[in-house]
Design a protein around this ligand. Sequence first.
Ligand SMILES: [Fe+2]
Length: 198
Amino acid sequence: MKLSDDLLQGNTELMAVLGSAIAKRDSDTNSHNYRVTIYAIRLAEALKLNPFDIHRLIAGAFLHDVGKIGISDNILLKPDKLTAEEFAIMRTHVLLGVEIIAHSAWLMGAREVVEYHHEKYDGSGYLQGLKGDEIPFNARIFAVVDVFDALTSRRPYKAPMEFNDAMAILHRDRGRHFDPIVVDAFNVIARDLHQTRV
Ligand SMILES: [Fe+2]
């Protein structure tokens, strides 16, 4: 993947600083940010996205959860399941993220992923409950790699899931959580990506 000239070093550094700021609070998410960015680029290339959209996807992948900076530790770091009230607060990380990136025109390229990465293809996601093509394509691409990496990663509360089990979940939720076109494209490249996982 070749970044074009408008992906200036200063902006890239700004993105990395913001992305790693949230990673300092949320356990092990810095390597998650890098992995989902690599996965998203490879998936976007498989889907023949144009470079302009891929640039926005890169920023979005890196910054998707930047709004978690505004979520209190007792919710963000809670080892148990969140209560309904706590989950309602957790969901606001999407809007907090948009408010943070709104301070930079360049970072606003990340907006469609930051704002819509928890929407689901069947309309059951948040915050807006958008459905199908109403969800920006970059957000639909990102949702697949974000869930895949969460499943196959070790977290303080769980062991990493086996590759085949993670893929079975993506297929089960194809057309429900995920855009079928995106799952099908990911299916072709996923094993290779997982084997070279860092
Ligand atoms: Fe998120």
